[in-house]
Design a protein around this ligand. Structure first.
Ligand code: X8Z
Ligand code: ZN
Length: 601
């Protein structure tokens, strides 16, 4: 395989040098390109189940042996995909049919981390990836004489209001990533070399190339959309900072400047819904807490997933297969190490769909269940596509699917329909409800943007390992307006304490999803004939909406994403005006509350 590759690369060089025309091989034909793509697709599809099963076993049973197995399977896949992507370059400039052209492009984008094409490099990269993910997932630290996992630490961040405990637990979790830094720097070097071999400037440019537009234009698009929502974020930041100051006093949280990251109810300050009780309107907070309702009504993790399935069934999706229930990991096993970070899997590119979670009975996980199932229903919808088209229109669509369903599943109307709420509250619930939603959705947006801003800088070499942490906090303060609870140690590698960094999952997808889900919501509610305010709309039971939505999902990644977006929403651009519409009453309210405050940081 590798020798063929060298030959292919040499041919390209010769063909590009007219003076050496005598040595030129005949230009490849469109038919040869199609035959190549068909064969490449078949080879990748044949490897896929083996890779997925090895990854599943490692993620649900982390040992030295399963890491070895996963790394072996993954390096074989990387070698194959790298080789095929390089061979695809042979057809640059050949006039092929649109399907073949798209598949050739997707072949180059197939790997998140391409390896250099030299012996041992793919294996080295695979070992680093598997080890980084496992180090994160098995991370533990000491607090008050106890050993805490991330789940334990999150529970403290969620509910404690003791600033010393919050700081200690925040710092404890951020100590688990110190040993990752060397591995991460090495991984960056290898992946960059692999990306350059494929013709990308660096791995960041490769990641930005998956959006049917020029990578620089894509970066500019994310800036444009962020500017649409930034004023609203600043209003929310200002309001929340004021309430934190009321609660904790100047010594802990000043009324001006950035917010202390450990006070926001979440390890990464990425969703702030857990501190709703602190920031609830003084005149009439919410009439219910989803956390309490789930407990009071005796929900358990399986019942939460069944409830999620029920929503999707109501809009016309077929029930989950029996194997979903047999093979999913719904709760954290007691006797072994696993990757608890939630994910959804399509193991055999057919019908073996599963989720992997360490579900807790609370509102956050109720929502996450809907999010993960969205991935599974998407995977099932594009099942009939050829292998290279099995994927979302772009990765933001994959993330937005379950989020869109979650918007309905969190409405008081729906919670009443499934018996969680006894009666639907009136308009007095609007501001409390929207505030809760904004604490999760709007607070998330700058975070969703900055993770890859940091990685783009790292991959491009703008930030070297000696400055990883400094660059990280610069972005965290610039975008989110937050600071760590105290000075960071010299050896800190704080980005490694967020799953997607050691897990090497691109993150701009979540920023996009936070915009798309509102575009989907606006379109769906219009289709359903909804006349009320957007935030009260639920599409539960709306089969026609479900059918139209599924038609978009079924396309997989066979067409450029604007076509898919247009099919469902009539729009071709990523646009935050649906976000603005959804939250308008809250933004007006926030501006009023913030009168007299020195907003910004
Ligand atoms: O990672 C996830 C999902 C799996 S795709 C649980 N999310 C991001 C995160 O947790 O950081 C969903 C929201 C953002
Ligand atoms: Zn997801």
């Amino acid at each position: 395989m590798k020798r063929n590759l060298m030959a292919a690369a040499a041919l390209v060089v010769l063909a590009a040098t007219p003076a050496m025309a005598v040595a030129q091989a005949p230009a490849p034909t469109a038919a040869e390109a199609k035959a190549f793509v068909d064969q490449a697709e078949a080879q990748l599809a044949a490897k896929s189940e083996y890779v997925a099963r090895s990854a599943w076993v490692r993620a649900t049973y982390i040992t030295e042996d399963t890491q070895w197995l996963e790394a072996k399977a993954s390096s074989e896949q990387t070698e194959l995909a790298t080789s095929l992507a390089m061979q695809a370059a042979r057809f640059n400039g050949v006039a092929v049919d649109p399907v073949t052209a798209r598949k050739l492009k997707l072949l180059k984008l197939f790997l998140v981390l391409p390896a250099p094409d030299r012996p041992g490099a793919a294996a080295e990269l695979a070992v680093l990836s598997s080890r980084l993910d496992s180090t994160y997932s098995t991370g533990k630290f000491q607090f008050k004489g106890k050993t805490l996992t991330l789940n334990d630490a999150e529970a403290v961040l969620r509910s404690s209001r003791d600033p010393d405990d919050l700081k200690a637990v925040w710092e404890g979790w951020h100590s688990i990533s110190v040993p990752m830094k060397g591995d991460y720097a090495q991984l960056v070097t290898l992946a960059n070399e692999g990306s350059r071999n494929l013709g990308y400037k660096d791995t960041g440019a490769l990641w930005r190339s998956g959006y049917d537009m020029d990578p620089d234009a894509f970066a500019a698009e994310t800036d444009r959309v962020w500017k649409q929502v930034e004023p609203f974020y600043r209003n929310l930041h200002c309001y929340v900072r004021g309430r934190l100051n009321d609660t904790y006093g100047d010594a802990v949280q000043k009324r001006t400047g950035p917010i202390r990251a450990d006070l926001l109810g979440n390890m990464w300050a990425q969703q702030w819904g857990n501190i709703y009780p602190i920031v609830a309107p003084k005149t009439g907070g919410s009439s219910y807490s989803l956390d309490d309702l789930l407990v009071a009504k005796g929900y358990d993790p399986v019942k939460m997933v069944k409830t999620g399935e029920g929503f999707y069934s109501s809009v016309g999706f077929a029930p989950l297969p029996e194997t979903f229930w047999e093979r999913s990991q719904i709760t954290r096993p007691r006797d072994r190490e696993v990757v608890c970070h939630a994910s959804a899997w399509d193991v055999n590119d057919r019908d073996d769909i599963r989720i992997k979670m360490c579900t807790k009975v609370n509102g956050e996980d109720f929502y996450t269940v809907h999010h993960e199932l969205g991935h599974n229903y998407y995977q099932r919808a594009y099942m009939a596509q050829p292998y290279l088209f099995k994927g979302a229109a772009n990765d933001g669509f994959h993330e937005a699917t379950g989020d869109f369903v979650g918007l309905s599943a969190l409405t008081p109307t729906y919670l009443q329909q499934i018996g969680l709420l006894d009666k639907v509250p009136g308009t007095e619930e609007d501001i409390p409800f929207l505030l809760k939603m904004a604490l999760d959705k709007i607070a998330f947006m700058p975070f969703g943007l900055l993770i890859d801003r940091w990685r783009w800088q790292v991959f491009s070499g703008e930030v070297d390992p000696a400055h990883y942490n400094e660059a990280w906090w610069k972005l965290r303060t610039q975008y989110q307006g937050i600071v760590p609870p105290g000075p960071r140690p010299d050896d800190a590698f704080d980005p490694g304490a967020k799953y997607h960094v050691p897990g090497n999952t691109p993150y701009t997808r979540y920023f996009l999803a936070h915009i798309y889900q509102f575009q989907f919501q606006q379109a769906a509610c219009q289709q359903a004939g909804w006349k009320g305010p957007l935030h009260r709309c639920s599409v539960y039971g709306q089969k026609e909406v479900g059918q139209k939505f599924n038609a978009m999902l079924e396309k997989g990644q066979s067409q450029p994403w604007p076509d898919a977006l247009e099919a469902f929403t009539g729009q071709r651009r990523t646009d935050a005006s649906a976000v603005t519409e959804y939250f308008r009453p809250l933004n007006t309210w926030l501006i009023k509350q913030n009168r007299g405050e020195a907003c910004g940081w």
